[in-house]
Design a protein. Structure first.
Length: 291
């Protein structure tokens, strides 16, 4: 368990890391965040995560009070303080304390904090045997209302979908967009494999531009597989040769059943397993050193 949290640039003990109940991050989900992993003593894809954090903040007109380089140094510092070798890092920026109205311009100073700890998204067996998932009725937020490229503190849309999946006995939900095409899962991007080609929905379908998604696309290309962004329905998922999910917390996880239909023979596919191996090797051999 990480002993320290970085709060507004200072290391504080985790039990003393507190922000105001008047913070609009708490009152309205007004803020942005990232989820980052550390592997083998290195922070994975730190530049990409920090760029996405600052882009999310820019879109919601939230000025992060320190530079990107300062933010990256603080992430390394809190990992070091907590002795992180393999772990999960959660940087968060909130609008700050304000009045009880919505107006973000009445908030004095943004708060930022960084947690460095551990995460296990799905039980270990699912990485070996594959995950059954279910399509839910809760649709992904429409991009015209809140762009999926903003990784905001307002995850209720995804949480509602997760609750629905859980009610059906599934660990993860497939979320469709307003037109009924597959967008993504609640905290992961989705891929299908047909005729040894990889397909994933475009960001315009309502997906977050996942950093793991891009890593997997690059690794697949290096292994000689074609990758395409494509709209697909859930019926097309059922008849795909392989399905898998990607995300920082989830990593690469095989999907073996969708809405009660087994994917192929109901075991993790060959290309998925190849990609999991390539991802592990790559993640453990690159990144920003913590020491
Ligand atoms: N979609 C959503 C909604 C997410 O929250 C995440 C996790 N950040 C992802 C996809 C996967 O993105 P990444 O690979 O960058 O973690």
């Amino acid at each position: 368990m990480g002993k320290y949290v970085c709060l507004n640039g200072k290391l504080v003990e985790r039990d003393n890391a507190a922000i105001s109940v008047f913070d609009h991050g708490v009152l309205y989900g007004d803020g942005v965040f990232e989820g980052i992993r550390a592997y083998n003593g290195r922070v994975f894809k730190l530049d990409e995560h920090i760029d996405r954090l600052y882009n999310s903040a820019k879109i919601i007109m939230l000025d992060i009070p320190i530079s990107k380089d300062e933010f990256k140094s603080l992430i390394v510092e809190v990992c070091k303080a907590n002795g992180i070798v393999d772990g999960y890092i959660r940087p968060v920026v909130t609008r700050g304390a304000g009045t009880l109205g919505l107006a973000p311009w009445r908030c004095s100073n943004p708060n930022f904090f960084i947690i460095a700890d551990k995460i296990q998204l799905y039980p270990h067996e699912f990485y070996e045997n594959g995950l059954p998932i279910a399509t839910v009725a809760t649709r992904r937020n429409i991009p015209e209302a809140l762009s999926p490229i903003v990784k905001s503190l307002n995850y209720l849309n995804n949480i509602m979908a997760k609750i629905e999946a859980h009610n059906y006995g599934a660990e993860e939900a497939i979320m469709l967009n307003q037109d009924g095409f597959v967008a993504e899962c609640t905290g992961d991007n989705i891929f299908v494999i047909q005729h040894e080609k990889l397909f994933t929905p475009p960001v315009s379908a309502g997906a977050l531009p996942g950093i793991t998604r891009q890593v997997v696309i690059d690794l697949a290309n290096e292994l000689g597989y074609e990758t395409w962004e494509k709209l697909f329905s859930r019926a097309e998922l059922y008849i795909s040769a392989e399905v898998f999910l990607t995300g920082t917390a989830a990593e690469v996880v095989p999907v073996v059943k969708v809405d009660g239909r087994p994917i192929s023979d109901g075991t993790p596919g060959k290309i998925t397993r190849e990609l999991i191996k390539a991802f592990k090797e790559y993640a453990n051999s690159t990144g920003t050193p913590i020491k």
